[in-house]
Ligand binder design. Structure first.
Ligand SMILES: *[C@@H]1O[C@H](CO)[C@@H](O)[C@H](O)[C@H]1NC(C)=O
Ligand SMILES: [Cu+2]
Length: 574
């Protein structure tokens, strides 16, 4: 009874306020289990002004200072970049070659950050309070301490820099995976006791540990025999927390060709999935895994794994297959496709504000890593850079291509969406140190890719307030799960048609986008601020649970006819 009244009320409201605006509305159709949210979700634009029609635009915009091996979006205009220890030309305060910078996407300048230990092949994830946790590393060199067991913290803000707990972890972890759990704690998963081209039983670390958001250190590590069963291709596991409305901390975990559903509260395997067809998907035969956009009311979690290779051989063509699976189904099976006909090892996946997946970077043959050897030999082990992004529409399952870049992005490259809707692309260094004489040199050039949705000529919407906040992106706006937030938007388009989404960018390295999430929000109502005004107040319902979107920093994107606002707004969800 209550439900029906609520919906009727909304319909009346909509009819009165925006009947002439042309907004499309659609009621969700609750049928079975899983989280049900009430209210209205605005439909898709009738005309698709986006992918496939035009190819987007690449620009070389700056220099990353250090090689961009790992990155995290840390504010609306800054990206933290972390390299391994290598002979970068710039120096940190103590005179050692710098290995971390803070890159500003508005000025295209960087500030040097200071680290104490080697960050070679590490991972990161956000605590719920908005501090980035970064874990793992490699041996000491160039004045840096050994970093295998290090834990590092970065809290964005004026003059922010790294702090570190040397030897903080329970054991040594090179190539660990990480994820933010629904509790806000951070999971550090697996890895090896030392660097290697391919993992083996002698150095395998089949355990995980959980760093508490409340402070302190993990009491112990938990055994993870799955990481023994899946040797040798078991590093940088794919981890996706599964949405649920029971407060559970369950994740899809995948390495090599094997996946499990794992309960982190009880430390038990709940389910094993059929072996994924095709080649290997984990380092050094590196593929990519993405959790496709989550949409109310069911937030059906579909994992898509693409690329990789079948053997560690420089000439072997990369895997041209993808598999989709919903790990929460009763008898889930892999639904395979051909990756748009383009094989790729070391692909990056970026979920765009339109909900389509951009696959970019990586190579058409070979594998991840590099040779040791004299510089007269090629040190790289992958060739045939794939320069044109592929675009995947999760709803129609169709593939298209965008315009190519001119810069190969091989091993140790990265990509992420930023708050203005562009895609930041950097890195590439398939050798053991800075080396510029190679066909695939150490790459410092930063590119920005503008997808077609930024090139439509349509006026971009502008977010002018969120809740009581009118100063946006000067601080993170704290919001609670399930909260209805009033968002004021200026629309410059004749027939507005809004979508609201919240995106968590996660931490990007080695083709992993740890905890990357895209969640569509219900827009509960929309009304003009004044009659005939261009300001519209949207009531946006935040995702209901922390298993749907990890607690901590995320960005609110508002789209008008598939064109994102000039700046997404940084939130802190808890
Ligand atoms: C967030 O929590 C972590 C772990 O307890 C702590 O190290 C960090 O200082 C906290 N950050 C803030 C901004 O309070
Ligand atoms: Cu690496």
């Amino acid at each position: 009874m209550k439900v029906i009244k609520f919906i009727l009320l909304l319909c009346t409201l909509l009819a009165k306020d925006i009947s002439s605006s042309g907004l499309v509305t659609a009621l969700p159709h609750p049928t079975s289990a899983s989280p049900v949210s009430l209210g209205l979700l605005y439909g898709r634009a009738d005309t698709d002004v986006t992918e496939g029609k035009i190819g987007g635009e690449w620009k070389i915009v700056g220099n990353s200072g250090v090689e961009a091996m790992h990155i995290a979006v840390v504010s609306h205009n800054e990206i933290v970049i972390i390299d391994k220890v290598e002979a970068n030309p710039i120096k940190q305060a103590n005179g050692n070659p710098a290995i971390s910078t803070l890159y500003n996407i508005e000025t295209n300048e960087y500030r040097i950050l200071n680290l104490d230990s080697d960050t070679f092949c590490t991972a990161g994830s956000w605590f719920s309070n908005g501090t980035l946790l970064h874990a793992g590393g490699a041996e000491n060199q160039f004045g840096y301490n050994e970093g295998y067991q290090s834990i590092r913290f970065f809290t964005p803000g004026d003059g922010a820099d790294w702090s570190e707990i040397p030897g903080g972890m329970t054991s040594r972890r090179w190539y660990p995976a990480m994820a933010t759990l629904p509790s806000g704690d951070v999971l550090v998963f697996g890895g090896a006791y030392k660097g290697t081209g391919k993992n083996n039983a002698g150095i395998n670390n089949p355990t995980y540990e959980i760093w508490p958001a409340a402070g302190g250190v993990p009491e112990k590590a938990f055994d993870m025999p799955f990481l023994t069963e899946t040797l040798p291709y078991n590093l940088y596991a794919f981890l996706h927390v599964m949405p649920n409305n029971e407060g559970k901390q369950i994740a899809f975990v995948f390495v090599n060709k094997q996946g499990i559903l794992y309960d982190f509260d009880t430390a038990t395997i709940l389910k094993r999935f059929p072996e994924m067809p095709g080649g290997h998907r984990s380092y050094p035969l590196t593929g990519n895994s993405v959790l496709l956009p989550l949409n109310p009311p069911y937030y059906k979690p579909i994992v898509m794994i693409c690329g990789g290779n079948t053997e560690m051989e420089i000439e072997t063509l990369s895997e041209a297959s993808c598999g989709r699976i919903d790990p929460t189904e009763d008898n889930p099976q892999w639904e395979m496709d051909d990756f748009g006909g383009v094989g790729r090892v070391m692909p990056d996946s970026v979920i765009m504000p339109t909900g389509k997946i951009l696959y970019l970077n990586g190579a058409g043959a070979g594998f991840a890593g590099y040779h040791r050897g004299p510089n007269t030999n090629p040190l790289y082990v992958a060739i045939k850079p794939v320069l044109a992004p592929s675009v995947y529409d999760p709803e129609t399952k169709e593939w298209s291509r965008f315009a190519p870049s001119t810069i190969p992005r091989m091993y140790h490259s990265v990509a992420t969406l930023v708050s203005d809707g562009r895609i930041f692309v950097a890195g590439s260094n398939p050798q053991g140190d800075v080396y510029t004489e190679s066909e695939f040199p150490t790459e410092y050039r930063v590119e920005m890719f503008s997808p077609p949705y930024l090139l439509t000529g349509l006026v971009r919407p502008k977010i002018t307030s969120v809740g009581e906040y009118t100063e946006l992106n000067t601080q993170r706006i704290p919001v609670s799960y399930g909260l209805n937030v009033e968002v004021t938007v200026i629309s410059g388009q004749d027939v507005p048609n809004f979508k609201a989404v919240v995106i968590h960018h996660g931490f990007v390295t080695h083709s992993n986008h740890f905890s990357q999430r895209f969640v569509s929000c219900n827009i509960m109502s929309a009304k003009y601020l004044k009659k005939r005004d261009t300001s519209i107040i949207l009531t946006v319902e935040m995702p209901p649970y922390s298993s749907i979107l990890p607690p901590g920093p995320s960005y609110l994107y508002i789209l008008d006819n598939e064109v994102p606002a000039d700046a997404a707004v940084e939130l802190l969800l808890n």
